[in-house]
Design a protein around this ligand. Structure first.
Ligand SMILES: Cc1cc2nc3c(=O)[nH]c(=O)nc-3n(C[C@H](O)[C@H](O)[C@H](O)COP(=O)(O)OP(=O)(O)OC[C@H]3O[C@@H](n4cnc5c(N)ncnc54)[C@H](O)[C@@H]3O)c2cc1C
Ligand SMILES: NC(=O)c1ccc[n+]([C@@H]2O[C@H](COP(=O)([O-])OP(=O)(O)OC[C@H]3O[C@@H](n4cnc5c(N)ncnc54)[C@H](OP(=O)(O)O)[C@@H]3O)[C@@H](O)[C@H]2O)c1
Length: 420
């Protein structure tokens, strides 16, 4: 049977999915609605930089160019890095730009049959015996539609592209009664820098929200208008934003990105020893609940147990999303080439419930988004075990306990037997 793979989106996740499926011998087609790669990084505020140090926002086998000295590169530098990566691994020729996916339909198996399966896709393997996806694509330049067929779809459409989150206002109490402009942060980011600066110049601006975009826009307003037209920030939930990656003068990586820090918390699926350790060390956990917030409904955060032949990369987030998407794409490429099978659906559902309970336990009132928080080593361990790779990537016990983990640790990841 043909094994056609379609990837939707050419942001970081789509590029990674393309690279790792190519490595396994597939010839994927990447469908991207915009005219270029990069996803969210292609259109940002003038002041937007990485908020994650570049060492953990790096492709494992493609370091940042030595010309980028900054620890937090800006969006232009990030775009250049992504373009270099796409060229290095010859990804561009697999991407169809200006191709917006407007529908995907699964064909070949009835809903009743799907509901009767005890294994994902009926077999636990990536490619089912009969089913395929029909992907309807609208081409931007011609407005015509075309249907692509694929035996496997990888959704890499991100969480912050195209669909602004705008509340529904009660009648006559929304923007229509306001004698001014109401726009979403996405529209503001889409303006070129000069237009955006002109748009806020001399205006009284109210920013709704208290997360990163809101604070960045407030800071651009403050810069443009000073004390003459101070901007107002309206928020419903206060969020603790870390000023930088050196809380109390200690590098964040030492606090959160090593195995020792993960010992302090209970982890989904932990054994008795780890449970005991987490219970004993729990008094040391301080102020990290906002780093966990999640609604998880995917196995390994990628696969919905009841949706066959489809994976989602980049929906659930982490502290360093590039790194997380890369690990998932490697895992998925192994699943696609049949290196391992998924457990039965009921086990997948139990595992998902364990992760969800874990997230609820630690995120408290912040439980809403979808973020791995600081259990990413534990999470990567599960991916490594599925792939048959050694999850312990450091030299010696001390290194294993206290050295921060990052993308470079997984550079030479290969199954234990084949690396012998
Ligand atoms: C302003 C901003 C700054 C950020 N800073 C950081 C940071 O410092 N550190 C960090 O870890 N994370 C950061 N993030 C999170 C960021 O989303 C991820 O790091 C990462 O870039 C997401 O990549 P992605 O490919 O999963 O999604 P996206 O970048 O959103 O890419 C999705 C792609 O899919 C395409 N697409 C969507 N729908 C369709 C469709 N129907 N048909 C065809 N194509 C489609 C889009 O056009 C887009 O190109 C930031 C996010 C934003 C918005
Ligand atoms: N690298 C960078 O510098 C940078 C810059 C911008 C964004 N980002 C990243 O991009 C992602 C998105 O960030 P974001 O700030 O755009 O979005 P976000 O994190 O989803 O925050 C949205 C904000 O809007 C508020 N809000 C939403 N609906 C509301 C409503 N109906 N009424 C009142 N308030 C409402 C939320 O309040 P509640 O909390 O109460 O829901 C929250 O404060 C994040 O991952 C962020 O880290 C990074």
């Amino acid at each position: 049977m043909a094994k056609r793979v379609a990837i939707i989106g050419a942001g970081i996740s789509g590029l990674l999915a393309c690279k790792y499926t190519l490595e396994k011998g597939f010839r994927p087609v990447v469908l991207e609605s915009k005219g270029g790669i990069g996803g969210v990084w292609a259109q940002t505020l003038e002041t937007t930089k990485l908020q994650t140090p570049k060492l953990v926002y790096e492709f494992s086998d493609f370091p940042w160019p030595s010309t980028v000295k900054e620890e937090f590169p800006n969006s232009n530098q990030i775009m250049e890095y992504l373009e270099l990566y796409a060229r290095k691994f010859d990804l561009l020729r697999h991407i169809k730009f200006n191709s917006k996916v407007i529908g995907i339909d699964y064909e070949g198996t009835s809903n009743d049959e799907i509901l009767s399966w005890s294994l994902w896709g009926g077999t636990g393997e990536a490619f089912g015996p009969r089913g395929k996806w029909n992907i309807t694509v609208q081409e931007a330049n011609t407005e015509s539609t075309q249907v692509y067929e694929a035996e496997f779809v990888i959704l890499c459409i991100g969480r912050y592209s195209d669909l602004p989150n705008i509340p529904v206002f009660p009648e006559n109490r929304g923007p229509e009664v306001f004698d001014g402009n109401v726009i979403h942060a996405m529209d503001y980011s889409a303006m070129d820098n000069a237009t955006a600066a002109e748009f806020i110049k001399g205006k009284r601006v109210t920013v709704v929200g208290f997360q990163k975009s809101a604070l960045d826009i407030a800071s651009e307003c403050a810069k443009a208008n000073g004390v003459k037209h101070p901007c107002t920030v309206l928020y419903r939930t206060e969020h603790w934003s870390m000023p930088n990656y050196l809380p109390w003068g200690v590098p964040l990586a030492l606090l959160y990105l090593n195995r020792f820090s993960e010992f302090m918390i209970h982890k989904p699926g932990e054994g008795f020893l780890l449970f005991l350790l987490a219970t004993l060390l729990s008094p040391l956990v301080f102020g990290i609940s906002s780093l966990y917030n999640s609604i998880v409904c995917y196995c390994r955060e990628c696969i919905h147990p009841r949706i066959p032949q489809l994976a989602i990369i980049g929906y659930s987030e982490s502290l360093a999303n590039l790194y997380t998407s890369e690990m998932r794409c490697r895992w998925l490429a192994h699943l696609l080439d049949g290196s391992f099978k998924l457990p039965c659906i009921s086990d997948m559902e139990k595992d998902i419930a364990r992760w969800e309970n874990f997230m609820k336990r630690y995120s408290g009132r912040y439980f809403r988004g979808s973020c791995l928080g600081v259990v990413h080593i534990w999470y990567n361990d599960q991916l490594c075990k599925d792939m048959g790779c050694n999850p312990k990537r450091k030299n010696g016990l001390l290194g294993e306990l206290f050295e921060p983990y990052g993308p470079a640790d997984y550079r030479d990841l290969s199954p234990i037997e084949s690396s012998k």
